[in-house]
Ligand binder design. Structure first.
Ligand code: EPZ
Length: 422
């Protein structure tokens, strides 16, 4: 297995180019299952997760051609048996979203339940409720969802008891080919939802008000192929912005992003005394040698502060002047990075869903490891800001969601490299 070795203490300076969003790309790939025609996705990130989903889609009978420059073409003309086995679903929850499209296309499907993960139990009850409301009959046994809709799916009014990105996307993916009208209430509003609706509409779907809490969908009989560019990854952009903010005397231009997708992050960073200058498709982050100000934070569904940047923000606060209270409201167990950050000298105490981070004047490199993607990258950020050597192991998590991470940080002036473990 590989590790990442960091000699911390360098300022970050220069430019970094952001790729297409992982969490959008995965759902856009699934959407391609809804048409007989080829769907071409551009601005695709090259990640372990997209490769893994491509593997499942091929298993389902889709042809998936991965081009050299962030292009992927998917043709789901001749789908085979609609069965997504445990081994192809368990590693990644987004794979569960094939259930709705398979039901819509084949009238039946058998998809393994994804199970829990490091950040919490993460059930799929809202996904199943939405599909049931659309007329699916679902039976859970032996770790699988066995679903059928012999007469097709029918539009319905679905009111989510709380906001779920995955369930909103799943309902959209199933409802676009359902008969009649569907209304989703208390829907998620994340930019990835809007991206999915834009692709589906480009394929001939009729979705209105995606990106708002109430979405209306008029079912159509068929979707056609199209070419579509994946939205830029707001979490990758925020991660580089926070890395720049963590290293004194940094000046980094984050390019090919949608700055307005991260207003909640910029507001908090500005309160911490970081200079943030937004352009149309880029954002410049500057900070001087002084310590940052500690600020409190609560994660929230869009347009609040994203849970996928909470770990990275905690890394930043470990060196701030004062105490910061960080509250995680989306996932019940998303502070796995806290004890690892403490190994570098951070002062963090966790009480349930709240962490108190008391800023220290310096971190010192140490061996660390993490159990999920965003936690891993928070350790990289802390390592970049620490004195001495940090070894981050189990970096397959990073490869799931960050393309060219070491190369990008090296280009910004960091001393970082990938090594083989003994
Ligand atoms: C998506 O997960 C993202 N993953 C997550 O990113 C992200 O953290 C999350 O949205 C929130 O923004 C992908 O898009 C692949 P949810 P998702 O359904 O859709 C509970 C990353 O690091 N819930 O909005 O699974 C759930 O347990 C990942 O890139 C139910 O109880 O998130 C959580 O507490 C991590 N029942 C809350 O809702 C359900 O049926 C919100 O989860 C569904 C969700």
């Amino acid at each position: 297995m590989d590790s990442i070795l960091i000699e911390g203490g360098n300022a970050l300076q220069g430019e970094v180019q952001i790729t297409g969003a992982k969490n959008s790309a995965l759902k856009l790939m699934v959407a391609a299952l809804l048409s007989d025609d080829p769907v071409t996705l551009t601005n695709m990130p090259e990640l372990a997760d997209t490769g893994f989903l491509a593997h499942l889609m091929r298993h389902l009978g889709a042809e998936v051609a991965i081009g050299p420059t962030g292009t992927m073409q998917i043709c789901a003309k001749s789908l085979g048996e609609p069965v997504a086995p445990y081994d192809l679903v368990r590693k990644m929850r987004a794979t569960f979203n094939v259930l709705g499209p398979l039901l819509a296309r084949k009238g039946r499907a058998q998809v393994s339940l994804p199970g829990g993960c490091a950040i919490g139990a993460r059930p799929v009850d809202l996904h199943l409720q939405a599909l049931t409301a659309l007329g699916a009959q679902i039976d859970l046994r032996e770790g699988y969802a066995y679903a059928k809709a012999p007469d097709g799916l029918t539009g319905a009014k679905i009111s989510f008891p709380f906001v779920s990105v995955g369930a909103t996307e799943h309902a959209m993916l199933a409802a676009v080919l359902a008969k009649g009208e569907t209304e989703l209430l208390n829907a998620a509003r994340e930019p990835e939802i809007l991206d999915l609706a834009k692709l589906l509409n480009a394929m001939g779907a009729r979705i209105k008000n995606a990106g708002q809490a109430s979405i209306q969908i008029t079912g159509v009989e068929k979707l056609h192929g199209t070419t579509y560019a994946v939205v830029s990854d707001r979490i990758e952009a925020g991660t580089y912005a926070l890395a720049a903010a963590a290293c004194p005397n940094s000046d980094v231009l984050v390019r090919n992003c949608v700055p307005s997708d991260l207003d909640a992050l910029w507001a908090v960073m500005q309160r911490a005394d970081i200079d943030v200058q937004m352009g149309e498709t880029s954002v410049r982050i500057r900070r001087g040698p002084e310590r940052l100000r500690a600020v409190d934070l609560e994660t929230q569904a869009w347009p609040g502060f994203p849970t996928d940047l909470q770990a990275q923000f905690m890394a930043l606060m470990t060196l701030a002047d004062g105490a910061s209270i960080i509250r995680e409201t989306i996932f019940e167990n998303r502070f796995m990075h806290a004890p690892e950050l403490s190994r570098l000298g951070a002062d963090i105490s966790v009480h349930g869903r709240e962490a108190v981070v008391r800023g220290v004047t310096g971190l010192t490199g140490a061996p660390v490891m993490a159990t999920d993607l965003r936690a891993s990258v928070s350790l990289v950020i802390a390592g970049l800001a620490a004195k001495g050597q940090t070894r981050v192991s189990r970096i397959y998590h990073l490869d799931r969601g960050f393309q060219n991470l070491e190369a990008n940080f090296t280009a910004l002036g960091a001393n970082i490299r990938r090594v083989k473990d003994d």
